[in-house]
Ligand binder design. Sequence first.
Ligand code: NAG
Ligand code: NAG
Ligand code: NAG
Ligand code: NAG
Length: 242
Amino acid sequence: MTIIIWFVLAVEASATEMYVFVPNIHWILVEDSINKTKLVSKFLAHCPLSNTHLNIPTPPDYKTTEKDPNWLKPRGVLQRNLGLKWLREHLNMSEVKGVVYFGDDDNTYDLELFEEMRYTKKVSVWPVALVGGLMVERPIVKSGKVVGWNTLWKADRPFPIDMAGFAVNATLLLKHQEAGFSLKVPRGYQESHLLKRLVKMEDLEPKANNCTKILVWHTRTEPPKLKQEQKLKIPSNQGIEV
Ligand SMILES: *[C@@H]1O[C@H](CO)[C@@H](O)[C@H](O)[C@H]1NC(C)=O
Ligand SMILES: *[C@@H]1O[C@H](CO)[C@@H](O)[C@H](O)[C@H]1NC(C)=O
Ligand SMILES: *[C@@H]1O[C@H](CO)[C@@H](O)[C@H](O)[C@H]1NC(C)=O
Ligand SMILES: *[C@@H]1O[C@H](CO)[C@@H](O)[C@H](O)[C@H]1NC(C)=O
């Protein structure tokens, strides 16, 4: 798994640039592995976006919590924390203004999302499709303010929101050095663990047309179906990096 932390600079995009790629964006790609893989290194070497390649493996064993017997390995915790550490060590906020978004390799993004989040004062939020057992999970907005959530899965969380549904002003992350993710919290609580140290619900900034528009889909990465491949004497990917 590769965690992608998008660092979106608060600089206006020109229309022509937009057609090429999202401008003023820095990718921090963090691989869940002991070593950086050649595949990702090569990909980044040819990537037109400015980027940083990091890696840290998820420890193979740690205890499940009593609170939540269904607790699964919290994927991406150490990877996202490493990304935050890098930002805190490398950003000089008197020179740079930006917004941090915790992406993932199992989401699909509309490029418009990055324009929406670019002007985040504290924490901005928007709907996410195909997550939490719902077609759309979203903040409820009244008079331009977030007043609640339509979430059903673990709805009593302080911030019942998916990782893909918010972005944070980088200055706020530098101000709250302790804010981050934890291997010790129950499943579904990573977002709340971070956000409760940064904002109150009334401070959230609804984006995507007052949270009525879908700009990100939790499409998941399925294990590929390779039944035909087994019939081959020579693998179809011989000499080809996939
Ligand atoms: C990781 O890299 C180190 C140093 O290059 C090497 O000794 C080690 O075998 C690598 N580990 C794996 C799992 O590839
Ligand atoms: C950050 O940038 C400002 C303005 O360029 C500079 O004065 C300051 O020394 C920089 N701080 C660090 C820690 O590099
Ligand atoms: C982020 O917060 C800082 C400090 O409040 C502010 O100066 C900056 O303009 C904010 N960034 C954006 C994109 O609004
Ligand atoms: C969101 O709602 C507020 C209050 O009703 C309104 O003033 C604002 O224009 C709306 N924003 C968008 C982008 O529709």
